[in-house]
Design a protein around this ligand. Structure first.
Ligand code: LUZ
Ligand code: MOS
Length: 754
């Protein structure tokens, strides 16, 4: 089983927004953005630009006929800055011209006068000044104050984790055009078609039925298009509505990197206590989230940070507090893991520091405290999966693990200037949107009279292979060949109220909706077959490999003939279905509930080699044992595993976002922002999947795969620290990521002269 879209990708035949065929007279919009991070707008002079050859119009804050507002959860984000600017790269105007070159060159010349203020860039400073997105939240379990007395070892620390640029291959973009009777059609590279629809409608002051959002596929997203595709879609829609022409807005890489938000940097404080048997008795943590200038999804991301504060560990006394701090960076946003990686990094720093204080091996303390079935999470849910423990034990039992350990100690004994390090990284990730109402999906299935099948769902294909999984869901339910099934674009006129394709849940939710719609049609087909075969008992009839079976025996009746017969009898061959994840709930008033359909758990072990003179390093191998449920498509899941892992390794090692004191991003191109490539990827990635259980929440017993593997990448950070320690046993705590080669080198040589 492969990702069927891969054939299109490797031939260059996949069509992204900028590849769509558009009318000859399509206009292009280029964005005028703020060059200061904070200030009051004195004037925006658009008239010289408007009189330039080829320019059709220049749009600003006064132009939307509805609201000049794109905030979804919190309405705090203007489409175009009106009186103030809050970050460098914030849109102020859109120059609409006959071609992209003209639009861009004119946009560069638009004069904006701003009285600059002093930008706020640090989340703790923002917190101290009361600059918050929302009030802080706290999850608590047990009695933390009483627990400290019972601890034998108590350690504290401060942890910093940096942001991360999404670097989706396709930059942000939209094409929009006006249709008949006041309608606007929007082809957007978005993970959230219905959010784009809702906000464009609000911005144009019209009902949602007059805005049709259509999404064919995205060239990657990773969370970066869950909320942040909206601005460009709204601009294109506004320009199309104003001009009566098709309008395209597509960002260049540097524009995209400057204007869009990233993974949230966090600054955190922890305090952890171990009992005499090395049980983690107490954990107190505070997260300061750098939200940037607008809320975006920050409050939801903050919530997931709290849900994953204790990662894979059972801790009876916990207090986790998180605060979303408003600063003058671009609004930070969803990125694979959605606040969980930041939480897990702090937890791992804490466990390791506590183990060191107790004179114990980190692995010993990690393993001792892993979750077991029945353990309570700080949010009240109980652990129902044995796989946190089981994955660790399976990994440890693999003969390769002993070989790896031996190789590291032999290598370190034999080499003075190169050292190896090894680290275990457990991950336990909750699957479901933590915003409960989003856990729903719709599917619309048509069986055509020739037996071919078209499926529309709420899921957006972004390279992750969800369309192949949906094809499989339909083909499997009907028991027909995969090639009979086509997955259509994600379109708000066909499937309404689409939840974002996010939270690793798209295949679960939309696979189930597809199954339900296909089952409804299948029931009619079975009755129709019974009728045709003169059978009294439809219960006896089934379909297997495109052939009707009666009492388990193949008949001469094939899929195509059955479909034709059913059609000619005027029986509907279409069905719509809705799926909502059962059981889940959460009460924010007490911060308790059962927010997740299930957890996925696993463990990774990472081996690195460090060049201690240069600070450079290689990731030799990562071996993972991971819980997939019963995978629909192991090949796609392995691809997600490898991609997520390498992206996670990038976050903790190479990927460093640097800003100057004015809040200007210095690493705004692929030459200054380094992402892991094939040469940097681990020499070996080995994944063993636990594939035995059946899960109601996932489609066909499968489990989500999109985000969890990202966090195995955190293991590389700690493997590097182990290698550094092998060179310099007196090395102080390392609690800052990314651990770039530069940082490694500086740490290794720090204070050497004294
Ligand atoms: N998006 C969202 C997500 O809106 N809610 C979530 O809980 C979530 N989790 C992971 C990734 N995206
Ligand atoms: Mo998300 S981080 O868009 O699942």
């Amino acid at each position: 089983m492969t990702n069927r879209d891969a054939i299109l990708h490797v031939r260059g035949e996949s069509r992204y927004v900028d590849d769509r065929l558009t009318p000859e007279d399509t206009l292009f919009g280029a964005v005028v953005t703020s060059d200061v991070a904070c200030g009051t707008i004195r004037s925006v002079d658009t008239s010289p630009a408007e009189s330039r050859e080829g320019v059709v119009c220049v749009l600003t804050a006064g132009d939307p006929p509805g609201e000049n507002q794109i905030g979804n959860i919190i309405r705090d984000e203007p489409l175009f800055a009106d009186s103030e600017v809050h970050y460098i790269g914030q849109p102020i105007a859109l120059v609409v011209a006959r071609d992209a070159a003209t639009a861009r060159s004119v946009a560069r010349g638009v004069k904006v006068e701003i009285d600059p203020g002093t930008p706020l860039l640090d989340p703790r400073e923002a917190h101290a000044q009361g600059s918050l997105i929302a009030p802080p939240r706290t999850f608590a379990l047990g009695d933390i104050e009483a627990a400290w007395d019972r601890c034998k070892w108590i350690v504290e620390g401060r942890v910093e984790s940096g942001g991360q640029e999404h670097v989706y291959l396709e930059t942000q973009g939209t094409v929009a055009w006006p249709a008949e009777d006041g309608k606007v059609v929007v082809q957007s590279a978005t993970q959230s078609p219905s959010v784009v629809q809702c906000i464009v409608a609000r911005m144009l002051g019209m009902p949602m039925q007059r805005v049709e959002v259509d999404v064919l596929r995205l060239g990657g997203a990773f969370g970066g298009k869950e909320d942040q595709a909206t601005a460009w879609a709204a601009m294109a829609a506004l320009a199309a509505w104003k001009t009566g022409k098709a309008v395209k807005v597509v960002l260049r890489r540097r524009e995209d990197m400057r204007s869009t938000g990233k993974r949230h940097p966090y600054s955190s404080d922890f305090r952890i206590g171990l009992g005499k048997d090395l049980d983690i008795l107490a954990y107190d943590v505070t997260f300061y989230q750098n939200a940037g200038a607008a809320a975006d999804l920050s409050t939801s991301i903050l919530e997931r940070t709290l849900f994953h504060a204790t990662n894979s560990y059972n801790i009876p006394n916990v207090r986790a507090t998180a605060v979303s701090c408003r600063t003058n960076l671009p609004p930070n946003t969803a990125f694979r893991g959605f606040g969980a990686p930041q939480a897990m990094f702090v937890m791992e720093c804490a466990v390791r520091k506590a183990a060191a204080a107790a004179g114990a091996e980190a692995e010993w303390v990690q393993r001792k405290n892993l979750l077991s079935v029945g353990d309570e999470f700080p949010y009240g849910m109980r652990c129902s999966s044995p796989n946190a423990r089981r994955s660790w034990e399976m990994l440890e039992d693999q003969p390769e693990t002993a070989v790896m350990r031996e190789a590291v100690s032999v290598f370190n004994a034999e080499h003075a200037l190169r050292k190896k390090g090894l680290a275990f990284m457990p991950v336990c990730f909750g699957v479901s949107f933590t915003t409960t109402f989003l856990n729903q999906a719709g599917a619309l299935v048509h069986v055509y009279s020739d037996g071919s099948v078209g499926v529309s769902t709420a899921a957006v294909e972004m390279g992750q292979g969800v369309n192949t999984k949906i094809r499989q869901a339909a083909a499997r339910t009907f028991s027909i060949g995969l090639d009979r099934v086509r997955v259509e674009t994600t379109n708000t006129a066909r499937v309404a109220n689409t939840s974002p394709t996010a939270a690793s849940s798209a295949a679960d939710l939309n696979g189930n909706a597809t199954r339900l719609a296909c089952e409804a049609i299948l029931q009619r087909l079975v009755r129709s077959a019974a009728d045709l075969l003169g059978s009294e008992a439809p219960d006896d009839i089934s379909l297997l490999d495109e052939t009707v079976q009666a009492s388990g025996q193949a008949t001469d009746l094939k899929w195509e003939a059955l479909v034709q017969h059913t059609y000619r009898n005027r029986i509907s061959l279409s069905a719509q279905a809705h799926y909502a994840t059962p059981r889940i709930h959460f009460d924010k008033a007490v911060e308790k509930g059962e927010p997740f359909s299930y957890h996925v758990a696993g463990t990774a072990v990472t081996e690195v080699t460090l060049d201690c003179l240069r600070g450079t390093y290689e990731v030799d191998a990562v071996r993972v044992v991971h819980d997939l449920g019963r995978s629909i498509n192991p090949m796609i899941d392995l691809g997600q595993m490898e991609g997520g892992l390498v992206q996670g390794i990038g976050w903790v090692t190479l990927e460093e976002l640097l800003y100057d004191d004015e809040g200007r991003l210095l690493t705004d191109s692929m030459s200054t922002y380094k992402i892991p490539d094939m040469n940097f990827a681990p020499g070996e990635i080995q994944a063993e999947f636990i594939q035995d259980a059946q899960y109601e929440g996932g489609a066909f017993g499968s489990k989500a795969i999109g985000e969890p593997p990202f966090m195995y990448g955190i293991g590389t950070f700690f493997a590097l620290v182990e290698a550094m320690r092998a060179f310099r046993p007196d090395l102080p705590d390392q609690h800052i990521l990314p651990l770039t080669p530069e940082r490694v080198l500086m740490e290794l040589v720090a204070d050497l002269s004294s």
